[in-house]
Design a protein around this ligand. Structure first.
Ligand code: NAD
Ligand code: TYD
Length: 339
C-alpha cells in the first residue's frame, strides 16, 4: 500500500542510511527527506537515488513552526521517523543551547504537526545515553525500564525530547514509538565521531586523540542493523512502547582504535592519550531482548562491521576528505556558531 513517510535528518549519518534503505526497499512508499542541512547534513550521499520517483527532499528547520505546520498540512504524511538532531556530545559541552533548540523544541514542533494531522505512527529515534552510564560490571545492561539519568547536555536534550514524545502519547493518544540505540558506525559516519575520525587520521598517519585512559566502553551497532530495527518498529512496534537497539558489541575505546590501526597495518605509536571529556560516561551496554522478541536480529559483529566500514572509508576518501578539509570546516563552523 502506498504510504508517505517523512524522515527528519535524512541528510545525516543514520537518517541518510535509513532514507537509502527505505527508498530501495519500498518503491511503493513515498520517502520525504526533511533536513536543514546543518554542518552534519550532506546530500551528495543521495546522488544515486535523487531521481527516484519515490524520493523527495525538503529543506526545513524542524524548530520552525510555521514551515513545519504548512508542510504537514500540505503533504498529509502517514508516518514520521524522527532522526534530526544535534548529535555530538563534545559540541554539546561547548554550545548546549542549539541542542535544546533543535532536539527539544524541534521535537515538540514535529509532535504538534503530527498530532494536528492524525499521523499513523511517529517513531522517535533516541539514544541509550539518556540512561546515563553503567559501571564496568559486565552483567549490567540498560533495559527499557532503566531510569533516565542523562549526564551530558546532549543526552539531557534527548531525554527531554523522549519525555515529550511519551507525554504526547499519554495526553493526546499520539501513536508513538521511541527507539534507544547504542553507538552506531558504518558508511557516511561524520568524521568527528570516534570510528571515522580514527580511520581518517590513521590513513593519513596522524595521531588519534584517545580521551582519558581509553577504557570507557561503548556498545557498537552497525548502522544497517539499526535501519532494519527502525523499519521493524515502524511497521510492527506496539504503540506507546520503547525499544532498545543494541548488538552486544561492547569494546573499550582503546580496543576499537587498536583494531582499526591493526587492520590498516599502522603503528600503535599513532595513539595519543589526551585530556578526558568532561563528564565522560564510563560504559554503555544495551539489553535488546524486547526488540529481539519483536523479530529483530543484528547481522553484523563488530569484526565484520568494522572491516566493511574501513573498506568503505578507503573506497570513499573523496567524501570524507572534502568534509575534513579546512574550507568545509570553516563553512560549517560559521553555520554552527553563527560567527
Ligand atoms: P547526524 O549529526 O549525522 O545527522 C543529523 C542530521 O539532522 C543532519 O543531516 C542535520 O542537517 C539534521 N538537522 C540538524 N538540525 C536540524 C534541524 N533543526 N532541522 C532539520 N534537520 C536538522 O546524526 P546521526 O548520528 O545520524 O544521529 C541521528 C539520530 O540518531 C539523532 O537523533 C541521534 O540523537 C540518534 N542517535 C545517534 C547515535 C550515533 O551513534 N550516531 C546513537 C544513538 C542515537
Ligand atoms: P563519540 O563517537 O563522540 O560518541 P559518544 O560520545 O556519543 O559515545 O565517542 C565515542 C567514545 O570515544 C567516547 O567514549 C568518547 C571517545 N572519543 C575519544 O576517545 N576520542 C575522540 O577523538 C572522540 C571523538 C571520542
Amino acid at each position: 500500500m502506498k504510504k508517505k513517510i517523512v524522515v527528519t535528518g535524512g541528510a545525516g549519518f543514520i537518517g541518510g542510511n535509513f532514507v537509502q534503505f527505505m527508498v530501495k526497499k519500498y518503491p511503493e512508499y513515498d520517502i520525504y527527506n526533511l533536513d536543514l542541512l546543518t554542518y552534519a547534513g550532506d546530500l551528495t550521499k543521495h546522488r544515486d537515488i535523487e531521481n527516484e520517483p519515490n524520493y523527495h527532499f525538503v529543506k526545513a528547520d524542524i524548530a520552525d513552526r510555521e514551515s513545519i505546520t504548512a508542510l504537514f498540512e500540505k503533504e498529509k504524511f502517514d508516518y514520521v521517523v524522527h532522526f534530526a538532531a544535534e548529535s555530538h556530545v563534545d559540541r554539546s559541552i561547548t554550545n548546549p543551547e542549539i541542542f535544546v533548540l533543535t532536539n527539544v523544541l524541534g521535537t515538540q514542533v514535529l509532535l504538534d504537526a503530527a498530532k494536528a494531522n492524525n499521523i499513523t505512527k511517529f517513531v522517535h529515534v533516541s539514544t541509550d545515553e539518556v540512561y546515563g552510564e553503567l559501571d564496568f560490571d559486565p552483567t549490567t545492561f540498560f533495559t527499557e525500564d532503566t531510569p533516565l539519568q542523562p549526564n551530558s547536555p546532549y543526552s539531557a536534550s534527548k531525554a527531554s525530547s523522549d519525555l515529550l514524545v511519551r507525554a504526547y502519547h499519554e495526553t493526546f493518544g499520539l501513536p508513538v514509538n521511541i527507539t534507544r540505540c547504542s553507538n552506531n558506525y558504518g558508511p557516511y559516519h561524520f568524521p568527528e565521531k570516534l570510528i571515522p575520525l580514527t580511520i581518517s587520521r590513521i590513513v593519513n598517519d596522524q595521531k588519534v586523540p584517545v580521551y582519558g585512559d581509553g577504557k570507557n566502553i561503548r556498545d557498537w551497532l552497525h548502522v544497517l542493523d539499526h535501519c532494519a530495527a527502525i523499519d521493524l518498529v515502524l511497521h510492527e512496534g506496539v504503540t506507546g512502547e520503547v525499544y532498545n537497539v543494541g548488538g552486544h558489541n561492547e569494546r573499550t575505546n582503546l580496543e576499537v582504535v587498536k583494531t582499526i590501526i591493526k587492520t590498516l597495518g599502522k603503528s600503535e605509536d599513532l595513539i595519543e592519550f589526551v585530556e578526558d571529556r568532561l563528564g565522560h560516561d564510563k560504559r554503555y551496554a544495551i539489553d535488546p531482548t524486547k526488540l529481539e522478541q519483536l523479530g529483530w536480529k543484528p547481522t553484523y559483529t563488530l569484526e565484520t562491521g568494522i572491516a566493511q566500514t574501513i573498506q568503505w572509508y578507503l573506497d570513499n576518501k573523496e567524501w570524507w576528505e572534502r568534509i575534513i578539509s579546512g574550507e568545509y570546516q570553516e563553512y560549517f563552523e560559521k553555520q554552527y556558531n553563527g560567527k
